[in-house]
Design a protein around this ligand. Structure first.
Ligand code: PMP
Length: 364
């Protein structure tokens, strides 16, 4: 926890509060992956009937943890503008009210790879100050180190009030490519974090200490020169950037339109009308056969979704797995928001040989 306090003090403390340091005992909490941090925040801060704001497409856990807490998720959608996704600040302002207890913010963003700029984050902070002064922000920054030609700004760092309302969530799973380690952490000011620390005692008591020691060592190591780069973090960015550029090119060559990500390791791609993978209507016959003979389940609500059927066709005919983007969109908004129709998500956290093989297979 001392290592995390040292590492995050210069990152998340807003300039107005510097040189204040993060307190290792009261402002850091280690969790069982970022997943458990998200769950704990929702159970601790949400009561039945409360409202939580989510920006979609949204990492699917957010809806789940809000509903498990008995609260109601409310959604606003990112919109495609000139090949990028944007948040409409008027829509955000209209969606927030005194009833909004919690807001989930995710930058770099899964599934789109959007990285919110400092200016965007400052606007969000101002809107929160005005419309929902007591709203707590869960800022999911698990992809903090995976950004391309841009910088990651922690939401907590943009103003004093943003710092006071924010729980910043991180994960060794993403930073050290160690998903199975299930080690995450939350940085937040003591007033907010205390309730989570107290609750944690009755959930898992604490996370395993071997992972905590490994994390402290890895953080120190990651700041040292690594494989010709100034640090492990730079190397990580460099490796992923090469994979991103490769897959963006392959997606274009396959006749799909990628939203080029500025961060994380996902690419959303629009599969245009008339594309070979989109022409076939409905659930492929082979899947229907599996359903009837092998007990595979297909959610009937997805039978007619274009993105689900594109993903089904891709996996059956080309052996390439993708995720339909409407899986990240609330049921009521599917078909209504632009990004729920004909977009699929590819992940490029794979060895180069796998990406090369995928590129060959998706070629038209
Ligand atoms: N947040 C986001 C946005 C994620 O994509 C993930 C993992 N897919 C998590 C949180 C969960 O992280 P962890 O593996 O540390 O539980």
């Amino acid at each position: 926890m001392k290592e995390l306090a040292r590492f995050y003090s210069p990152r998340v403390i807003p300039s107005e509060l510097k040189p204040r340091e993060i307190d290792a005992n009261t402002e850091v909490l280690i969790t069982v992956g970022a997943s458990q941090a998200l769950n704990l925040a929702a159970t601790v801060f949400l009561d039945a009937g409360d409202e939580a704001l989510l920006i979609e497409p949204a990492f699917d856990m957010y809806t789940g943890v809000v509903q498990l807490a008995g609260a109601t998720p409310k959604y606003i959608a990112l919109k495609p503008v000139n090949g990028k996704l944007e948040l409409d600040m008027d829509e955000l302002s209209n969606a927030l009210s005194e009833r909004t207890k919690l807001m989930f913010l995710n930058s770099p963003h899964n599934p789109s790879g959007k990285v919110f700029s400092k200016e965007e984050l400052k606007k969000i902070a101002d809107i929160l100050d005005e419309k929902a002064p007591s709203c707590i922000v869960v800022s999911d920054e698990v992809y903090e180190h995976i950004v391309y030609d841009t910088v990651h700004t922690p939401f907590a760092s943009v103003s004093v009030s943003a710092f006071e309302r924010t729980l910043s969530v991180y994960s060794a799973g993403k930073t050290f490519s160690a998903t199975g380690l299930k080690t995450g952490w939350v940085i937040g000011n003591a007033d907010l974090l205390r309730d989570m620390q107290l609750a944690q005692q009755f959930v898992v008591f604490c996370s395993n200490h071997l992972s905590q020691i490994a994390l402290a060592e890895a953080l120190k190591f990651a700041e040292q020169p690594f494989k010709g780069y100034n640090s492990y973090f730079e190397w990580l960015r460099g490796e992923y950037q090469k994979k991103r550029d490769f897959l963006v090119k392959a997606i274009r060559a396959a006749g799909m339109e990628p939203i080029v990500p500025d961060g994380a390791f996902y690419i959303l791609a629009r599969v245009p009308e008339g594309h070979e993978m989109r022409q076939k209507e409905g659930v492929p016959a082979q899947i229907l056969e599996y359903v009837s003979t092998k007990g595979l389940q297909v959610d009937p609500a997805t039978y007619d979704r274009s993105d689900y059927n594109i993903s089904r066709n891709l996996v059956l005919e080309r052996g390439v797995a993708s995720i339909p983007n409407s899986a990240f969109i609330s049921v009521d908004n599917v078909g209504k928001v632009e990004i729920s129709n004909g977009y699929i998500r590819f992940a490029f956290c794979h060895p180069d040989e796998v990406l090369s093989s995928a590129a060959e297979r998706i070629k038209q």
